[in-house]
Design a protein around this ligand. Sequence first.
Ligand code: ME8
Length: 512
Amino acid sequence: MENTFYVTTPIYYVNDIPHIGHAYTTIAADVLARYHRLTGSKVFFLTGIDEHGQKVQEAARERNISPQEHCDEMVVRFQDLWKKFNISNDAFIRTTEERHKTVVQEILIYLYKKGEIYKTSYEGWYCVPDERFWTEKDLVEGCCPECGRTVQQIKESNYFFRMSNYQKWLIDYIEKHESFVLPQTRRNEILGFLRQPLEDLCISRPRKRLSWGIPIPFDSDYVTYVWFDALINYVSASGYLKDNDRFFPFWKNAVHLIGKDILTTHCVYWPTMLKAMGLEPPRMVFAHGWWTIEGKKMSKSLHNTVEPNMLIENYGTDPIRFFLLREGTFGLDSDFSHKALIHRVNSSLANDLGNLLNRSLAMTIKYFKGRIPKHSSFEAIDESLHEKAVQVVKKVDTHMGEVAFQKSLDSIWELIAMTNKYIDESAPWFLAKDTNKQKRLATVIYSVLESLRFISILLFPFIPSSAEKMWGALGMKESIDQQRLDNIKKWGMLKEGTVVTKIPPLFPRIEN
Ligand code: ME8
């Protein structure tokens, strides 16, 4: 049976202006999706937008338009940005779409009939901006523990999901499934959180206070709590209830990428909701760290949000994709600065990779009129380059399985560095001057180009458009996104006689 791989990003709030945090998660998901396609898996990559809730209702009211019109206008900013970033998502879900709303309502009816949802009156502290209830003990100095703003005491009837029933099950599940919540620190955080008694989850909001939500199908006075609605996107968009034959094979291999800010909703609310619905939890929830900007928390009030469109304009798409995944460890916090970005692009992309490509193509053109030469028998130095290339493919596979982007890139850079060193040590420019060494020269150039073939394939998930150009420059005719690692990871597949082309520098040096 065909392998499947399902990767998701959070669905971002439609009101937000897309920033590098959103771009980070989406690019990471794109790299995983592209990598798994390379391995031959059938991939489903989902991203989308969270469109309900108080903030959207208020923003629309301020603009004197309907919430739907507001969403329709705002969603485009994300969709346009993902195009610019070369994001290869297979689907895009908006929570105001009928296909999503009907699944949410069917789930609500199912859980209500099953006794998993009940109505009761409730008194608690409510944070309006976060749309969340808190208990007295949750509050920090009388304010919302999440955003620090003042809370209001509210008494009202609402519907609750019996989340508390699943506490024991969840602890057990997390303990038995080591890679369900990653990285380890986040797993410990959730297990720590679950040492306190788990309460039931309020999953409705009275319509008189908030009307912009999915109506509760068995009580027209209420709409669905935005998180209960939003989490369901992961199953509604992949065919649950509507096309179960498509849904289940993907669901058993689902990976949610999220930021560490939304750990509890994804690792407590979501698996317990799924359990009540009779579904397995996703295979993995990986929570990455946060980007700070020049050492400071990114925030609207500090006016330090990094705007991705501006970054693309200044530096180009692939340098940003590369920087975000190379700079920090996925799972830990990272710091953004223009200085670090410029340094990284100049040293790794312009110097190491760009120069390797340029000089290799230039030598092929100069010594062999641009035709890939025929190699003769390989010497020890050539063999070690081959071995390295084959070994790097394996290493990248292991690292990608661990969602370790930085390590994957480091391994690819080992091959780049070794190929540069191989050129320096083999000194083709001296071989070229000696008529007796033409066969050796051909073998050296062949080996360098073959290594570049490996490099371009391995880099394709990370920097797709540059890798495609490298691939084209090597004279490869078939499209790079149709390649499968299994078929191409053998050394010696470049065909002699193929014509290479010199291309403009892929990564021009950025001057400070
Ligand atoms: O939470 N660094 O949406 P959201 C890295 N709608 N990533 C960051 C970041 C930062 N400084 N800031 C935000 C929501 N992110 C809900 C999700 S899912 C069913 C519903 C990224 O627009 C990170 O992926 O606030 C985080 O999880 C996400 O943006 C939150 O996006």
